[in-house]
Design a protein around this ligand. Structure first.
Ligand SMILES: [Fe+2]
Length: 264
């Protein structure tokens, strides 16, 4: 398996707080059968408000630590360093000055949990015009999209893959998150799943349970598509299939309408 989204790089964000935690997370990844980790520390505006050099230094130090731990403990897992970039005004500077892309092509893009910009389509268009494909990080956790999933439709139809957190469909991130995750699965609107692991306690890895769950629900080919094949293409900078989706609310017939009248 490939884990496309996690916070194992030590002492960079709210993920692995030190080398010991990072080592435990790396060992857990190997134990669960992950062969390649894309390390995606949060990158917020505050991280680069005084310039991008401190971020570069922090990332390089974390990367060297991880490579040292893998070597020292003989752990058979590859790592690629990218970032989970929170949408912000400084995005053009980030894309210009920092190595945040996966395979120089894919951007793991996160939106604020309680508000998304109104001009999202324009934002996505501006990014794709640079030859970059945004991957929408855990859309199922974003409140405005939980309330109105159809707002996501146009982004996917513009070619943006979605990445769901495994904890979302396993039910560990709350009922609203689980509900939107399942809705997106039902509408074939999921292209990747990632652990988004921050530690071994409250936000553990769940790659193997995630693969098992998807295998049980939809079959092993689909589980492999989301945890191996599509992430593998992303790492190779190749395109993945993102088909148009329909995220309109479920149609209610006259019986449902009648029932709703009696319920209200
Ligand atoms: Fe994350």
């Amino acid at each position: 398996m490939i884990d496309i989204h996690n916070h194992m790089l030590p002492a960079v964000d709210d993920g692995a707080k030190n080398d010991d935690v990072a080592l435990s997370m790396l060992q857990e990844a190997v134990r669960q059968g992950v062969q390649h980790l894309v390390l995606t520390p949060h990158l917020y505006e505050a991280d680069i408000i005084k310039g991008t050099e401190p971020w570069k230094d922090k990332i390089e130090a974390g990367k060297q630590t991880v490579l040292g731990l893998l070597d020292e403990h003989d752990l058979p897992v590859k790592v690629t360093v990218a970032a989970e970039v929170r949408y912000q005004d400084m995005l053009p500077i980030i894309l210009e000055e920092l190595d945040v892309l996966i395979a120089k092509k894919y951007l793991l893009l996160e939106f604020a949990f309680h508000s998304v910009p109104n001009n999202l389509e324009r934002i996505i268009y501006d990014i794709t015009r640079k030859g970059i494909t945004p991957i929408i990080a855990h859309p199922e956790r974003i409140k405005p999209w939980q309330r109105d999933p159809q707002r996501l439709e146009e982004l996917i139809n513009m070619g943006c893959p979605t990445q769901l957190d495994i904890g979302s469909f396993l039910g560990s991130l709350g009922p609203n998150t689980e509900k939107l995750a399942n809705f997106l699965f039902d509408r074939d609107a999921v292209h990747l799943v990632g652990s988004d692991s921050h530690n071994l306690e409250s936000r553990p890895l769940y790659s193997k349970p995630g693969h098992d769950c998807l295998t049980e629900r939809y079959g092993v080919e689909y589980a492999n598509l989301l945890l191996k094949d599509n992430p593998g293409k992303i790492l190779a900078g190749k395109p993945i299939d993102v088909y148009p989706v329909d995220l309109s609310p479920p149609k209610t017939g006259w019986k449902d309408k009648l029932l709703n009248i009696f319920k209200s």
